[in-house]
Design a protein around this ligand. Structure first.
Ligand SMILES: Nc1ncnc2c1ncn2[C@@H]1O[C@H](COP(=O)(O)OP(=O)(O)O)[C@@H](O)[C@H]1O
Ligand SMILES: [Mg+2]
Length: 166
């Protein structure tokens, strides 16, 4: 279900970083589930890195790869859960329970999810979806989709960066 959308065009990583900073400055980000959609190499992990940096995550930000989930911590807020998922290699639905993913998604905190379609039917309704598309001209077409009331709140700071070119 999509309640509201917002479109942007990213010319470069600085545009991606601006969007990440806008979201990081919005309090509901600290208890949100955001899915990231688009082909390999489109910039999903890059966006996650900028968002985590903007929130204050220090040190190297690794991609989840085989572990599927990579937890992160804010030095000034160690109790806040932050989980970066990449379900690209997720194949066995039994793992959902066994690896504790059900519990993580039920916990308060920030969940960022690459390749959510690989865990379809298991994931809760995301608050926000980021859909990325790399065009032939090298620009990234960006669509933000709010799926919940919280997602609509998160769309607000993104609106000031909205694409007026179409
Ligand atoms: N917004 C962007 N603008 C320009 N280049 C980007 C952008 N986002 C990502 N890239 C480039 O694309 C590469 C792959 O991005 P990545 O985030 O790993 O993709 P994904 O996680 O979607 O597979 C990055 O290493 C970077 O060089
Ligand atoms: Mg990735």
């Amino acid at each position: 279900m999509i309640l509201e959308t917002c479109h942007q065009t990213w010319a470069d990583e600085a545009d991606c970083e601006r969007a990440a900073q806008a979201l990081a400055g919005t309090p509901p980000i600290r208890d949100a589930c955001i899915t990231l959609h688009g082909t390999l190499g489109v910039g999903k992990t890059t966006f996650v890195r900028h968002l985590l940096r903007a929130l204050g995550v220090q040190g190297r930000i690794r991609s989840p790869s085989y572990a599927i989930v990579e937890p992160h911590e804010l030095p000034d807020c160690p109790d806040l859960g932050i989980w970066h998922f990449d379900f690209y290699r997720f194949g066995d639905p039994r793992e959902w329970e066994d690896a504790g993913f059900r519990d993580l998604f039920a916990s308060p905190g920030l969940k960022l999810v690459e390749w959510p379609d690989k865990a379809e039917g298991l994931l809760p309704q995301p608050d926000l979806a980021l859909v990325l598309d790399l065009q032939a001209d090298g620009l990234r077409r960006v669509t933000w989709q709010a799926g919940t009331a919280r997602g609509r709140e998160l769309l607000q700071p993104l609106r000031s960066l909205q694409d007026h070119r179409h």
